[in-house]
Design a protein around this ligand. Structure first.
Ligand SMILES: [Mn+2]
Length: 291
């Protein structure tokens, strides 16, 4: 293969991973938290926004029979503008490939930020199945549709801006907001309306998220499945909807830029959102107690 897109090239470089050692050594813990299934998405490798520290911790403390990578794993949009690929991002790819080698079934569903991987759908890459979408059967017999979720942006064109929530520009804007507020205060100027604009955006965001969840759940209902798992909007959620009198469950696994969450299925089919920052805090507390 010649001329691989930048994100894939990085993936390709670590594909022969046994010969490469991660810079952050794998934390070998006695027992990993075991799940039937793990869903993670919106990692945005290749951006400063990616919280690689928490994600590496998550990957070192968990295991599952199946793991779905639900899109926006690599941020090709940002990489195209500016190449940013710290060693820790290789470490994440290394850990995913190692999981595949250990026997975890890995299904990678590219999103809109890693759409350069979409032409490879149907292929198997280093033990990772690349798919456009998938169906997952839970232990208690529910059928879930798994997709990234940007498909529904076309239904809601007015709200496309939210797809950029994970983008560094968003963080830069938030930083600028803080800086402007402080500078104005120092100059004795009143608090400026940028906060009002931000609040308006947030209110819009709340409405958008609710509407988005509804649209996705409706699409799942129309396809006759029991539920849907997606990512894309960086908002983890478990929510029940009804479609023609039938229950349709909506699951969003969140992201690793702001929320740092994963969706898991326990061995009895129970679904749960894990907030990894909270899990780490709890672990540190119990370790301190033990010491
Ligand atoms: Mn997305």
């Amino acid at each position: 293969m010649t001329e691989l897109p930048s994100g894939l090239e990085a993936l390709h470089n670590v594909a022969n991973f046994p010969s490469i050692k991660p810079t952050v050594p794998e934390r070998i813990t006695g027992e990993r938290l075991r799940f039937r299934t793990i869903w993670i998405s919106d990692i945005h490798l290749g951006t400063k926004g990616c919280n690689h520290e928490l994600l590496i911790d998550f990957l070192d403390h968990t295991d599952s029979d199946t793991m779905y990578l639900v899109g926006d794993i690599i941020d090709g949009w940002r990489l195209k503008k500016k190449f940013y690929w710290p060693a820790e991002h290789n470490d994440i790819v290394w850990r995913v490939l190692k999981r595949a080698k250990r026997g975890t079934r890995i299904v990678y569903i590219p999103g809109n930020h890693d759409e350069m991987v979409r032409p490879f759908c149907g292929m198997n890459f280093g033990g990772v199945e690349i798919r456009r979408a998938a169906f997952h059967d839970t232990a208690d017999g529910r059928r879930l549709m798994v997709l990234h979720g940007d498909e529904f942006d076309t239904v809601m064109l007015a709200h496309r801006w939210l797809a950029f929530v994970g983008d560094a520009a968003y963080h830069a804007m938030m930083k600028l907001n803080n800086w402007v507020a402080r500078a104005r205060k120092a100059l004795g100027l009143p608090y400026w309306s940028i906060s009002k604009a931000a609040k308006h955006k947030v209110k819009n965001a709340v409405e958008f998220i609710s509407k988005y969840e509804e649209v996705v759940a409706r699409a799942a209902g129309e396809r006759g499945v029991d539920g849907v798992v997606c990512g894309h909007i960086h908002t983890a959620e478990v929510r029940d909807f009804f479609h023609e009198g039938r229950r349709v469950e909506y699951f969003n696994d969140g992201d690793w830029v702001e929320g740092c969450t994963a969706l898991v299925e326990h061995f009895d089919g129970r679904m749960e959102v894990l907030h990894w920052a909270e899990e780490v805090a709890r672990r540190n507390k119990s370790e301190r107690k033990a010491a």
